[in-house]
Write a protein that binds this ligand. Sequence first.
Ligand SMILES: [Zn+2]
Length: 268
Amino acid sequence: MTTRVCPACSTDNRQVRAHPYSRDEWQLKTCQKCRFVYLENAPRYEDLDTSLAWEKSLPAEKVRRRKEEPLLHKLNAPIKRFRKHVMKRNKLAALVRKHFGPGAILDVGCGSGRRTAELGEIYIPHGVEISSRLAAQAQELFASRGGRVVHNDGVGGLAQFPNDQFVGVIMCAYLEHEVQPQRALQEGYRVLRPGGRLIIKVPNYGSLNRRIRKDRWCGIRLPDHVNYFTPANLRQMVVASGLQVAQFNALDRIPSSDNMWLVAEKPR
Ligand SMILES: [Zn+2]
């Protein structure tokens, strides 16, 4: 494990009492200076590739939640499936069509590569993936289209691409896992061409569901989720990395949704 300072403002919060959503050995903290909520003792990247990789921990987590709230799970499952398969995929595709010109794009945390490959033939897909098994699958898909996949953590993988290379970068369901989110955004800035755009999707810690369900909210995943963004501190971190906010309207951060979407641009 690594002990972290606040990822947004670098304040050391070791003396601060653990957040009530902390569980087992996992210590969530609310930064005493900027109020950012984060996991202080995050797992190491090496563990993420092996014992804690989400593809492995997801089934166990699902069983745990089903046991805790069997009725709710039953009611929620069909709605979640619909949102996952229809709405969310369409939202990413729609944002990509609106904001990315044709050319090389990079999906950080690309998984098996399927969602990136499906975005259209005008894009040359590239990726970074921490799971070796998924990275190999994505590499096969992307190589046939002229792209490549780096098997690494997000920041380490981004570092292997040159400056100003991409018309678009995707960070969907990635920044909440990244122990250095500010660094990741700075790297996103570096690899984008001037005028290139970055699409971000993260769970919204400010959502209604989180306020109602508290530590049972689906966005609280310990230790996989190490950063808990609100609309305000997501915007702040994006701007601090040198990017401009291109789109972050009311529909991109509706409080009734568990997630929020932000599109940022590297200034020309
Ligand atoms: Zn802070």
